[in-house]
Write a protein that binds this ligand. Structure first.
Ligand code: NAI
Length: 352
């Protein structure tokens, strides 16, 4: 079989750090495994012409959300042999799921592989915004000591109201990690937790339109689907409490690019952070790079070295089962048998 991987360039780090499995040089640590079984492996960093050419006769395609290859309906239509689209990580919106379902292509991701990694990043960025860390750091680097400038926008997280949009694996881990900061926690999800689960995570359910105006901090943790695409438009962002902070490690397109810049410039939101952009890689002139009061990183939260090991192992497991004609891990499957079957995605596709 022909397996195509699109991975990010590793450069010097790729050669020095064998644990950097997700870069093109290290091929998820799967080169020997695949070639010893007689499969043809093509690994490239290219996400346009070269990738399209390789896709034409590929059986399996693999990429990571951090360096996504956008596999559109048109690209799928030009890949007649394609049977499996794998995401090395979590979040498969870079694949046209409806088009994959129509062609009976299986789509799977490594569910759970990096949820702790992301939750830790969320906690870091919530504190970064609320404590006003970025200007404090910049003050040090610039040789200054302007306490007033930094302290005038610096707060305690304690007693703040935090709302989580999307209370799945990551949302729940964000909640349990924020609980010890003595915050008031609410969440909205289209699948409500049981009372016992709510007690474990320490968060109460609240309709979104009630939650947004009362939250000091909002964390976005849903997948990107037709239902969440640009869900945070100008109106919804303006419905948030004045002076609130937002952290989005879910997907860039859940927030309207220009509307966010406007509400930050107007001062309605006090700050925004996250690691997800649209498109990715973000162009050098992406407006979020230069908008006020942000603490963005590139898309790295779910790709710590520990996470890379977990999702590379998951990809190996999927490929082993696929080659043996066995069903993939149930939890990993997003599209199968001509349908979007993952409960986190199917809601949006059934509604359409
Ligand atoms: P999950 O499937 O465990 O949880 C997602 C939750 O969102 C579910 O509870 C689902 O019911 C809810 N949801 C879906 N659509 C909704 C809607 N329209 N309204 C309200 N709730 C909705 O997924 P998990 O593991 O928590 O990951 C969530 C997302 O985070 C992924 O889909 C991915 O896009 C992103 N992610 C980002 C990473 C990063 O490196 N920045 C790494 C891993 C995931």
């Amino acid at each position: 079989m022909k397996i195509v991987m699109v991975l990010y360039p590793g450069g010097e780090a790729g050669k020095r750090v064998p644990e950097l499995l997700g870069c093109v040089e290290n091929a998820l640590g799967l080169r020997q495994f695949l070639e010893s079984k007689g499969h043809k492996l093509v690994v490239t960093t290219d996400t346009s012409k070269e990738m399209e050419k390789q896709l034409e006769d590929a059986d399996v395609f693999i990429c990571q959300p951090f360096w996504p290859a956008y596999i559109t309906r048109e690209r799928i239509s030009k890949a007649p042999k394609l049977k499996l689209l794998l995401t090395a990580g979590v979040g498969s919106d870079h694949y046209d799921l409806a088009a994959a379902a129509e062609r009976n292509i299986t789509v799977a991701e490594i569910t759970g592989s990096n949820v702790v990694s992301v939750a830790e990043h969320v906690v870091m960025q919530v504190l970064t915004l609320v404590r006003n860390y970025m200007p404090a750091y910049q003050e040090v680097v610039a040789g200054g000591w302007d306490i007033a400038k930094v302290a005038s926008r610096s707060h305690d997280l304690e007693d703040k109201t935090v709302g989580i949009f999307g209370m799945g694996r990551i949302g729940q881990r964000v909640a349990t990690r924020l609980k010890p900061f003595d915050v008031k926690l609410f969440y909205y999800d289209n699948r409500r937790l049981t009372t016992a689960e709510e007690q474990v995570v320490g968060a109460r359910y609240m309709p979104l339109e009630t939650m947004l105006p009362i939250c000091d901090v909002v964390s976005i943790n849903t997948p990107l689907t037709p239902a969440t695409d640009r869900y945070f438009n100008k109106q919804r962002l303006m419905s948030m409490k004045k002076g609130a902070w937002m952290v989005n490690t879910a997907r860039g397109r859940i927030v309207d690019t220009d509307a966010l810049v406007e509400v930050l410039k107007s001062g309605h939101l006090a700050g925004y952070a996250g690691d997800v952009w649209y498109p990715q890689p973000a162009p050098a002139d992406h407006p979020w790079r230069t908008m006020p009061n942000h603490a963005m990183t590139p898309h790295v939260s779910g790709t710590s070295l520990e996470a890379q090991k977990r999702y590379a192992d998951g990809v190996r497991d999927c490929l082993t089962k696929f080659f043996e004609g066995k069903p993939l891990e149930r939890e990993y499957i997003i599209v199968d048998g001509g349908k979007v079957v993952s409960p986190s995605y199917s809601y949006a596709f059934e509604k359409k």
